[in-house]
Ligand binder design. Sequence first.
Ligand SMILES: Cc1cc2nc3c(=O)[nH]c(=O)nc-3n(C[C@H](O)[C@H](O)[C@H](O)COP(=O)(O)OP(=O)(O)OC[C@H]3O[C@@H](n4cnc5c(N)ncnc54)[C@H](O)[C@@H]3O)c2cc1C
Length: 289
Amino acid sequence: MRSDPAEYELVAPGNLEAVISLLAAQPGVWLPIAGGTDVMVQYAAGKLSARKLVSLWNLPELRRIEVSGHEVCIGAGCTYADLRRHEIVEREFPLLASAARWTGGIANQNRGTLGGNIVNASPAADSLPALLVYEAELILVSARGERRMKYLNFHTAYKQTLLAPDELIRAVYLPRRFTGYFSYSRKVGARNAQAISKVCIAALGRVALCVVDDVRIALGSVAPVPKRLLETERVVKGQAIDPALVLRARKTAMEEIRPIDDIRSTARYRAAVSGNLVAEFLIGLAASE
Ligand SMILES: Cc1cc2nc3c(=O)[nH]c(=O)nc-3n(C[C@H](O)[C@H](O)[C@H](O)COP(=O)(O)OP(=O)(O)OC[C@H]3O[C@@H](n4cnc5c(N)ncnc54)[C@H](O)[C@@H]3O)c2cc1C
């Protein structure tokens, strides 16, 4: 442990309103901590610059999943275990449920939250490609009120987000309109558990009368932010899936991403794997009608 606990202050007001008031009184001074699975890694490495922490852990306002006729509202404080155990999330949003199943290990899934994964803003985060393809929307809350925005716009550059210093993510909304879609997800890493992705993919599609009438593909770990492959989607949409289309989609996907070399992998490997995953998804989609 490279940090001295005596240099830090942690408060746990126990309700959302009190947390929001604290952030409003001193914006940027208090760092929210939810499950702590990212914050405590920084702390242990002596890299946590914030000295005042305010706990969001287990706030009832952030720890519920509400289902209405047309959408599901997931509190930002829901853990991966909460997501895995929820019947509607499992049935209607399998890409998010599978990301929850392969994030870290069991201990991590009992503490790590969806809101923490979004705000930590790692390009390799496992749940974020699923949020892209489901066209998730975020509710941000502060003493100034609430605003709703597309998750697609939230990450602006590497580790940069549109969250203001006095704001929290309160919830994530998912539209309930993907029943009947073919879902495909893969995490490519050094191991099946406790490994950060070299590449991860979440993809959804629907074929009608032999042509692709809807398709959504997103990848993690291939660009500064989780990336929706809009060009590749354009190539595929409205077409019949045959070997020539699979080849074109694979090539477009490889051109659309911006992978880098780092400690986990190389740009070349990531590009090749991304193309293969897109091809595998399309072959599965073709067989799904
Ligand atoms: C051993 C280990 C394995 C891991 N494996 C994976 C993996 O396989 N895949 C993966 O994607 N991640 C992995 N992680 C990273 C981490 O577990 C996730 O990113 C997790 O979702 C973070 O959630 P948290 O609640 O613990 O966040 P915290 O550490 O509490 O917070 C992270 C950041 O989010 C902010 N924050 C949290 N909640 C909110 C909110 N509601 N509003 C505003 N800001 C907020 C905090 O201020 C902080 O900046 C792993 C971490 C560890 C330690």
